[in-house]
Ligand binder design. Structure first.
Ligand SMILES: *Cc1c(COP(=O)(O)O)cnc(C)c1O
Length: 450
């Protein structure tokens, strides 16, 4: 969730400024039936004054983990040390045979694509509703990103549109479990099997989310995670790849270790190509991750409990359409709580005014991603010397023409996001979020000029 750093700063400011008048306000029952108070943005009392839970959550566990590495003297990835321990633990918890820790989620994606042999001339299918790293990983391998539009109801890649995008150049399908909720893995795995295209899951937002009881990121040929500070498992920066395929795991290891296969500390200078980089995680970060992981399952349960409850409340408010989960998505990771906002049900109140009014009530919210398939960056990338050398002009021209994602354009205009930390507190926090939305709904007509 890195799209809106400035928004986040803005709304944190709003929350802090809301004061502490309402700390002991009685809990909401049905939000829609509460008496009408004036909207905070018009000078009324905000629904909520308390800040939401802060992130990251730490205690002495983290301190000890960091000091152990500090005093242990091995600060970079050492054989049998903390990174190895983290990988074994993450693989165990996620139900995968192999885990490779990387410097961050972007490098996990790049390393996986490299390990799978994806490169110039290849096509990789991705959804446009994602963080730019998904796209960058494909571009930096000089492969062509092929956008498949999203399903407006779920915000995920539209499973019904994937097959038509497959060509004999398709080297991978990269579904993104956006917001931590699952893409339709039943359909996607089936398409992959039938068309013999490997599935690389971008699970960078989906730690501990599940599909039919199995962990997201453990279902495809490989799955990638980010441990960047905003993510549900955090070591400041960090990443990991999961796979059951030993040969892929070894290729990825070599790629992330400057073409050097295991072991790390050996003075073995034989290389496994074709090319590589240093994308290793440090021992400090692995220590932090092991410490953070003592809480991850409990946090995942809290988010899930709160998010499902919030959905019940918000669904009752006309014009609020929470992103639907696919039936197989037995648990979302809820990195983001996403819904579509319909201005016509709010007297025509624009989304940006809705967000402003919501923030004033003490509920931080943002509008999320802009359409990636139209980002000017793409023109620069596809028009660059490398792409012009690698791809016939006709193929690039066709690529531009195919690149239409109307549902994504719509989702980008309608989306509203809450962040994962807002789901870590009490059920009463959810009551207040819903109450704030309901209050704006009741007063929508008065807010048209804010
Ligand atoms: C965060 C994120 C990444 C990249 O992870 P970093 O650790 O920031 O490099 C990739 N894909 C998605 C969907 C993400 O949210």
């Amino acid at each position: 969730m890195k799209a809106s750093t400035s928004n986040r700063r803005q709304f944190l400011g709003t929350t802090a400024a809301a004061g502490s008048l309402l700390a002991s306000r009685p809990q909401a029952q049905a939000p829609v039936s509460r008496p009408a108070g004036k909207p905070a943005v018009l000078g009324g009392t905000p629904v909520r004054s308390k800040p939401f839970p802060s992130w990251p959550v730490t205690d002495q566990t983290e301190e000890k983990a960091l000091l152990d590495v500090l005093h242990g003297g091995t600060w970079f990835r050492g054989d049998g040390k903390t990174v190895d321990r983290f990988e074994a633990e993450y693989a165990r918890v996620m139900g995968s045979r192999h885990c490779l820790a990387t410097a961050n989620g972007t490098s996990a994606l790049i390393t996986s694509l490299a390990g799978m042999g994806v490169g110039p001339g290849d096509e990789v299918i991705i959804p446009p509703y994602t963080f730019i790293a998904t796209l960058n990983a494909v571009l930096i391998r000089f492969a062509l990103p092929v956008f498949v539009d999203v399903d407006r109801e779920t915000f995920q890649i539209d499973p019904g549109k994937i097959e038509a995008a497959i060509t004999d150049r398709t080297a991978a399908i990269m579904p993104v479990h956006i917001g931590g909720s699952a893409a339709d893995m039943k359909s996607i795995l089936e398409i992959g099997r039938r068309r013999k295209v490997p599935i690389l899951e971008d699970a960078c937002q989906a730690h501990f989310g599940e599909w039919e009881g199995k962990k997201l990121g453990s279902l495809g040929a490989a799955g990638c995670f980010s441990f960047q500070a905003s993510k549900n498992l955090n070591s400041g920066e960090g990443g990991a790849i999961l796979t059951d395929d030993e040969s892929l795991a070894e290729k990825c290891f070599a790629f992330h270790n400057n073409c050097r296969p295991r072991r790390i500390n050996s003075l073995n200078f034989t290389y496994l190509g074709p090319a590589g980089a240093n994308l290793r995680l440090t021992e400090f970060q692995a220590g932090l991750l092991l410490a953070q992981m003592t809480r991850t399952e409990k946090q995942a349960r809290s988010r899930n409990r709160n998010a499902l409850y919030l959905t019940k409340l918000l669904e009752a408010i006309p014009g609020i359409r929470p992103a639907r989960l696919y039936p197989g998505n037995s648990r979302s990771a809820w990195h983001l709580y996403m819904f579509r906002y319909e201005p016509e049900k709010f007297a025509g109140l624009t989304r940006s005014r809705f967000l402003k009014a919501l923030r004033a009530e003490g509920v931080p919210a943002s509008s999320g991603y802009a359409p990636l398939q139209r980002d000017p960056l793409l023109k620069e990338a596809i028009g660059s010397k490398a792409f012009r050398m690698l791809y016939p002009e006709q193929r690039l021209k066709q690529w531009w023409e195919r690149n239409q994602c109307p549902a994504n354009d719509q989702v980008c205009e309608e989306a509203v996001w809450f962040t994962q930390t807002m789901l870590l507190g009490e059920q009463s926090d959810m009551d207040q979020i819903a109450e704030a939305v309901a209050k704006i709904s009741r007063h929508a007509g008065d807010l048209l000029k804010i």
